[in-house]
Design a protein around this ligand. Structure first.
Ligand SMILES: *Cc1c(COP(=O)(O)O)cnc(C)c1O
Length: 241
């Protein structure tokens, strides 16, 4: 690639700052997570070294293949794809957060594995998780339905060894800005409902992980605290599911 990752990162950084200002928000409230699916380790390393140490991985196999090549560089990795329960053990040692919790059985599996690691003398820290909500209603998308998100979040928050830090969604796949915006506002509404419930373990559920290369401005206007960017940085790749 002739366009170095650093230039693309500078451009997305400017977009995030401009979008925050436009929305009357402090740009420091919005983290950039790099969706690095299919990106080779050398380019991921360049991005981390350019000052973007927050990564998102979609597939367990790719995660476990690439992370050993990054261990010398301080970074954080979030799992953002559909996670099969039988992959929980494989991903656990590499991830700082699983954003794609869409069912209680997965959360229970994550909790049990994390508790076992703690008992064996491994990490004591709870695993950060987010609840993924399908706010667009598109049936190709993962995530719990908005009407069920509150109950799932409250149940996840009550589990040992997990810390619920917020919510994730993939916005409506539409050129209609109103629809996209509605899908992001729906996630913000889920967060308000859960925070105001006061249920045990929900007090830290403040993150809104939403917005991608094509629509980060809309997401930031709707309150995103983390945007997940891939193609704007690394070029076009297959669409997320
Ligand atoms: C790939 C991916 C992104 C980034 O999408 P771009 O359009 O490439 O910016 C965000 N979220 C998830 C879950 C993804 O899989």
């Amino acid at each position: 690639m002739s366009d170095p990752v650093g230039h693309a990162l500078a451009r997305v950084g400017e977009r995030v700052v401009a979008a925050a200002h436009e929305a009357g928000r402090d740009p420091a409230e919005v983290d950039v997570l790099l969706a690095v699916k299919t990106v080779p380790a050398e380019r991921v390393r360049e991005a981390i070294e350019a000052g973007y140490p927050l990564l998102g991985q979609n597939r367990a196999q790719e995660l476990t293949a690439i992370e050993p090549a990054l261990v010398d560089l301080p970074h954080r990795t979030h799992f953002i794809g559909h996670l099969q329960s039988n992959k929980v053990n494989a991903v656990m040692r590499w991830v700082d957060c699983v954003q794609s919790v869409d069912r209680l059985s997965l959360a229970q599996r994550l909790s049990a594995r994390r508790s076992r690691l703690a008992a064996e003398g491994g990490t004591e820290a709870p695993l950060e998780v987010m609840v993924q909500v399908n706010t667009s209603g598109e049936d190709t998308k993962s995530g719990v339905a908005p009407a069920e998100a509150h109950d799932l979040a409250v149940a996840v928050a009550a589990l040992d060894s997990l810390r619920l830090t917020g919510f994730m969604t993939i916005g409506a796949n539409s050129t209609d800005h109103g629809l996209v915006r509605a899908s992001y506002e729906a996630l913000a509404q889920v967060r308000e409902d859960v925070l105001s419930s006061g249920a045990p373990g929900t007090q830290d559920a403040r993150q809104l992980s939403m917005g991608m290369s094509r629509d980060l401005e809309i997401a930031i206007a709707a309150g995103a605290t983390m945007v997940r960017l891939g193609s704007a940085v690394f070029g076009s790749r297959p669409a997320p599911a």
